[in-house]
Design a protein around this ligand. Structure first.
Ligand SMILES: N[C@@H](CCC(=O)N[C@@H](CS)C(=O)NCC(=O)O)C(=O)O
Length: 271
């Protein structure tokens, strides 16, 4: 059975979708509170977010709540090692989250999903109005995953690996990792924080690409949400206040709160 079939006929579809065979996965239908009743009836089963707990796919839930379109969340739980369960590989060969299924079409990679959803369902909202701002919007969409996240992940790995090293080797491993981290990783992470902070001070209305014509966030913000949250999570030193204020601005949005309720445990956001 194709994914189109499986996405249109829950709950029977749960057996038909490869990913739905997951022991760990559960499905929760999440029509946004303010969506028109007829729209909910029309297609909430067609748009499915493959959501790994505590992950970047929280971005997509926030965007969908802002868009106020009907969708379904299919939940996957990380393995004890923190990896995606094998069922996510049945959705997409990379086995990563976020991924979405829209009317049978699989879309992977946060930035692509964000662009796709705004273009298809935004009705002109969440798009900057000025040409320069559109370039800015694209910049953040690429930079978040293409540059910033690499260094933040590197920092995470350099922090975790020494803690996991065998007891006897820990002092040596810690010494090496700490030295490389101090010389190479920390300055890059600091540069990222300073850059984002500096850009935030220049923005109009507090959104990274200046927001849309109605003062709403744009793709830049949906994408950068995770980067800013990771930075403001308290695990990094010297995070500029402007990044914390930016995260607070996002967390205050009703749509963000609804996304949090629907997504389940998320380390970077509390209800
Ligand atoms: N650049 C990708 C990254 C996707 C990614 O690495 N997602 C993580 C969750 S935050 C994941 O699926 N991790 C599980 C794994 O790698 O096994 C995107 O933004 O979509």
């Amino acid at each position: 059975m194709s994914l189109v079939d499986s996405a249109t006929a829950a709950p029977a579809a749960q057996e038909a979708t490869p990913a739905a065979a997951a022991d760990t996965a559960d499905v929760s239908t999440a029509p946004p509170a303010a969506a028109p009743a007829e729209a909910q009836a029309a297609s909430s089963d067609l748009l499915v977010v493959h959501h790994l707990n505590d992950s970047r796919s929280q971005r997509i839930l926030w965007l969908l709540e802002e868009l106020q379109i009907p969708y379904t969340i299919k939940k996957y739980q990380r393995t004890p090692l923190g990896l995606a369960p094998k069922e996510l590989f049945a959705v997409h060969p990379l086995g990563k989250s976020p991924a979405i299924t829209d009317n049978g079409k699989i879309v992977a990679e946060s930035g692509v999903i964000i662009e796709y959803l705004i273009k298809k369902y935004g009705k002109g909202k969440f798009v900057p109005t000025l040409e320069d701002s559109k370039m800015q919007d694209t910049f953040w969409l690429h930079w978040a995953e293409g540059s910033a996240m690499n260094w933040l992940l590197m920092k995470l790995i350099f922090t975790i690996v020494p803690q996991k090293a065998p007891f006897i080797a820990r002092p040596i491993v810690s010494g090496i990792f700490s030295s490389v981290c101090t010389k190479l990783v920390d300055p890059e992470v600091q540069k990222i924080g300073n850059f984002v902070s500096n850009e935030l001070t220049k923005t109009n209305g507090g959104w990274l690409a200046g927001g849309d014509g109605d003062g709403n966030p744009t793709a830049a913000d949906f994408q950068m949400m995770f980067v800013a949250e990771a930075m403001a999570s308290g695990r990094l030193p010297n995070v500029p206040d402007s990044i914390k204020t930016y995260v607070q601005k996002i967390h205050e949005r009703t749509a963000y709160k609804r996304a949090l309720e629907k997504g389940g445990t998320y380390a970077y956001g509390k209800l």
